[in-house]
Ligand binder design. Structure first.
Ligand code: MG
Length: 267
């Protein structure tokens, strides 16, 4: 008799379990499906994706921001010694008075040192003289581990597809706000990057995650990357080393940099 009665007492229990997990799943997916966060809800470079609101960050500081004493300085305006061409050899970009500038067509440069989890500070400026529009204006990029691009673009009064905007993750996440200064003015990125983790079989166990402030404005809040950055695609992760160089993009525009430093969070 006890056995026959069991299902009747167990069923309501199972029903409430299902209800509980159903509600939990509903809440979770609700949180994950906020349209500004979830790249799966939007096609890559979807023009219908909402444009980020404008947040005026105020004027640029005259001088570069002070460098924390535990930071590794990759560029302080004086030499390109910490950098090399991604094709090997010396970094082929121009050195100006207190800045370096993309030499269009010379290719990307990368840090000689490699990093995993890292805090990155970059000060850059788009060309003062406006040329081109959309993706063809002040385009460069900070490639974390050489694979995951924080887009640099002159997004001041220069519309483009939202996931290609300045201070977003190219092809994945638009910034939460457009905090761009006019071209020619110095701008800052403060990036907290957590590298992806792979198991011994090369399977992804933890995606890369990025939090970024652009000119002091929060633009990416712990977004989980879908994989490396691509143009018109979201390629899947492929297992890679724990530490890889930081890379800066030559996209054909004379973008300048005056300060780049990192804090290694993995040592
Ligand atoms: Mg770029």
């Amino acid at each position: 008799m006890a056995m026959l009665n069991a299902p009747r007492t167990v069923l309501p229990f199972i029903a409430s379990l299902l209800l509980f997990f159903g509600l939990t799943a509903a809440c979770t997916s609700d949180a994950q499906q906020r349209p500004d966060r979830d790249p799966i809800q939007w096609e890559v470079h979807d023009e219908d994706r909402p444009q980020p609101p404008i947040a005026d960050p105020g004027p640029a500081p005259e001088e570069p921001q002070p460098v924390p004493d535990d930071a590794t300085v990759l560029f302080d305006g004086t030499d390109l010694d910490a950098w090399e061409s991604v094709d090997g050899g010396e970094a082929p970009w121009r050195l100006g008075d207190g800045y370096m500038e993309v030499e269009p067509g010379s290719g990307d440069i990368q840090s000689r040192e490699e990093f995993g989890d890292v805090q990155v500070h970059v000060e850059w400026a788009a060309p003062e003289e406006i040329e081109g529009e959309g993706q063809g204006r002040g385009n460069s990029g900070v490639f974390l581990m050489g694979l995951y691009e924080m887009q640099i673009l002159d997004s001041y009064e220069n519309p483009t597809y939202p996931d290609g905007q300045n201070a977003g993750i190219y092809g994945q996440y638009p910034p939460l706000a457009n905090a761009s200064r006019p071209p020619g003015e110095w701008q800052t990125f403060d990036i907290y990057f957590e590298r992806p983790h792979f198991d011994e079989n090369g399977r992804l166990v933890k995606p890369a995650r990025v939090t970024t402030f652009h000119n002091g404005v929060l633009v990416l809040e712990g977004v989980e990357l879908t994989g490396p950055v691509g143009h018109q695609e979201r390629p899947p992760y492929q297992a890679h080393d724990h530490r890889l160089p930081l890379r800066l993009q030559d996209h054909g525009d004379e973008v300048r940099f005056r300060s780049v430093w990192v804090r290694d969070l993995e040592e």
